[in-house]
Design a protein around this ligand. Sequence first.
Ligand SMILES: Nc1ncnc2c1ncn2[C@@H]1O[C@H](COP(=O)(O)OP(=O)(O)OP(=O)(O)O)[C@@H](O)[C@H]1O
Ligand SMILES: [Mg+2]
Length: 308
Amino acid sequence: MSEVILDIRNMNVALGPHLAVKDVNYQIHAGEILGIVGESGCGKSLTSLAIMGLLDNKLNLSGEILFQGENLVGMSEAHYQRVRGEGIGMIFQEPMTALNPVVTVGEQVAEMFLVHENVSKAEAMNRAIEMLKQVHIPFAEKRAKAYPHELSGGMRQRVMIAMALACKPKVLIADEPTTALDVTVQAQVLDLLEELRETTGTAIQFISHSLGVVSQISDRVMVMYAGQVVELADVNDIFDNPQHPYTQALLDTIPRVGVDIERLPAIPGSVPPLDQRGENYTFRDRCPDLFNHYQQVAKERNLGIRSK
Ligand SMILES: Nc1ncnc2c1ncn2[C@@H]1O[C@H](COP(=O)(O)OP(=O)(O)OP(=O)(O)O)[C@@H](O)[C@H]1O
Ligand SMILES: [Mg+2]
């Protein structure tokens, strides 16, 4: 496999005595798309914000985040500003809060060039319009003059992608970039991200609570439950041979051709808040019967007793 570009080692994010992210380890290789999946509250966004150096002050980060071999944990803000944008770009979960409502989208993309590259205002705006074209925003010159609220959700998401990719980062973190969009627009944004990976070689950390969405775009998939990585494997292995009961439970919530819709099970309950997880809380504590059932299924599959 290609060179490791981002190497997360023993990452913990603590809120007082509670761990929201617990001993997380993974790597992203140049040009790959790594999907991160898990229900709400599993720590997907905190893992991403930690990488970007944007965690809330009350949260405590430990471990190592090696970007091209350099540890970002504890790095000065000035240094970090250079890493953001040029090294690692991020598309945030809420485009409306991440975009400035009183600045045109063209100016917001142009700002990326003004901050990170030594260019004139006019040149920055030209580059911004080029970026808007690259993410397939029609009538880019005209749309550049629009304010965020004047654009549809899908177009706003494209503006966010343009901003994140403006300075050609090596890694793009996309935090639920399609969750607020309808399925057709969702598919267009996924296609765009894949196209950009092909043309720019950017590696992508793609986050979603939906394993169905993640599987459409990812090379490998990392499954998180309550702050921990429970499984990390090639996307085909996740589907054909899931090892962890939580992965299997998520898989069974995806509608599939030939499966009776009425029998599609939802996972009972939800991920508890941090202060109600107990010290060694796992998925087994939430659904002991389901956990044992799926563990048995995986065991039998590994022994070749079950085909799927
Ligand atoms: N700033 C914060 N202060 C305190 N607790 C937080 C903060 N941000 C997140 N948490 C808690 O940490 C846990 C993980 O949150 P995170 O936002 O990473 O989840 P997520 O997997 O991104 O969920 P979602 O799918 O809803 O976006 C949750 O229990 C959440 O309530
Ligand atoms: Mg989130």
